[in-house]
Structures are given as structure tokens and as C-alpha cells.
Design a protein around this ligand. Sequence first.
Ligand code: PTJ
Length: 252
Amino acid sequence: MTDIPQDHPRYLSLLTRERIVEGVKVGITSMQGLIAQGRGECFDYLLGEKTHQFATESERVAAAMLILAEHPIISVNGNTAALVPEQMIRLSEIVSASLEVNLFHRTDERVNRIIDHLMNNGASEVLGGKGDANLPLSHARGIVDKNGIFSADVVLVPLEDGDRCETLVGMGKKVITIDLNPLSRTSRTATVSIVDNVVRALDVIADAALGMQDWDREQLVKLVESYDNKVNLKMSLDAINENLRNMANEVL
Ligand code: PTJ
């Protein structure tokens, strides 16, 4: 990995980039994952590279939804495996969710490498290796585990490509997404769309879930029911607009 000096003004962003590159080198992340990361970086820049209040709100609702779920699953792809393995494992333990590898650019080799990578990072079980059920999709993201995503009631899908999110919602599941692009089909079709960087979002969800451990079911349901995803998405676009207006004013 390239040595990034800690005093570099873009240290965190460059470190994240290095992690993705390393993921490609060791066969965890797809080449297309590099492009996805670049698109994400661009939206993060427009958002001011911080977790906004609207994101914290959707992250809290995601936490409540995961706690309420009977069979929650955290879906893992090549980007999240490279960027946030420990955070995904931590969240899965706090909300008692299973981890499942589900890839767009699927090869059995990469699925197994990601499973091994998560196990080496401390996961006790990782689904996705069986691929014994199919979602109604014409690409490899449709290959899932019967006792995993196929039978889940709530699925957290960080960094998605749209199709599967729509299909899962169509199957009656609640879908929580983490996607820096509020305009993506994923963000527009999810039940809860978290417009935040996955490297920041997962710990916010996990910490929120820890803070809700004493809550009763009624309180959790109330929080989930008070949430409006469309209003939240609008707030993210308003934040980008305002940020751009401020930056334009600074130029002159
Ligand atoms: O590992 P695979 O084969 O399953 O492939 C994974 C990728 C991500 C390559 C695949 O799902 C894909 O091509 O996704 P897209 O269509 O490029 O969409 C990825 C979305 O994630 C885009 O809207 C990006 O803005 C967003 N994104 C990228 N990096 C981050 C992000 N969102 C949050 N945090 C990030 N770090």
C-alpha cells in the first residue's frame, strides 16, 4: 500500500482509495469497484465529506429497523469487504444480523475470498457460498442463499447497483441502502436510503443500535414509522445545492 502521510489534507480520502486498490490487488474487489469508488468520492465531495443530520436520522431508523427485524441480513460486496470489514462484523453482532456475500461481478473464487477475508477479520459465519436460491434477476446478483437474503425480512445493502434493491422491495422486504448518490435508482427505491459514505455510516448505525438496547418495541416502531424517506432524500439534495451555492460564492 502506498504510504500516505497523516498530515496530508486529504489523508482519509486517500487512505480509503488505497484500501480499494489493495482490495483489487488481492482479488476481493472488482475492477469496476474502482470506478464505483470514484463516483462515490465525487458525491462525497459535493456533500462536504461529512455525515449530515439527515444521514444520522436515516442511520438511526436503519438501526431501529435492524433491531426489529426477525431475519436481518447485511449484504457484502467487493467494495465493502475491502473498506469496512470490521465495521460490518461489529454491526452484525450488535443487531444479530447475518453477513452474506452477494456480488454483481460474481465468481465463486471471489465469493470465497471475501468469505475468508471476513472470517479472518473475526466473523463467526458468512453466508453467500451456497447460492441455492435465486431472486428474479437476470444477472449474478440474483444468486443468493435460501436461508440468507432470500428469506430475510430486512436487508442492508451498502453500495448497490439498483436492480436488486427494486427486486427485494418488490418481494416485500425492507431494504436499507448506503449510497452517496441520492439520485441513484437504489436511493430512489430503497425503504431507507442512507446518503453517507459507508466508511462513516456503519459505525453511526452500530452506535445508534447500542443506544437503543433498552428501548421497547413500541419506541422502535414509533421511530421507524415517523420516518419519511422521500423527505430525507430531498434534504440530501438540498444540502448538495446549498454546498454548491456556498462554494460558488467563495470563488468570487
Ligand atoms: O463487488 P461487486 O461485483 O458486487 O460490485 C460492486 C460495485 C460497487 C462495483 C457494483 O455494485 C456497482 O457497479 O455499483 P455502481 O452501480 O457503481 O453503484 C455504486 C454506488 O455506490 C454509486 O452510486 C456510488 O456513488 C456509491 N458509492 C461508491 N462508493 C461509496 C458509495 N456510497 C457510499 N460509500 C462509498 N464509499
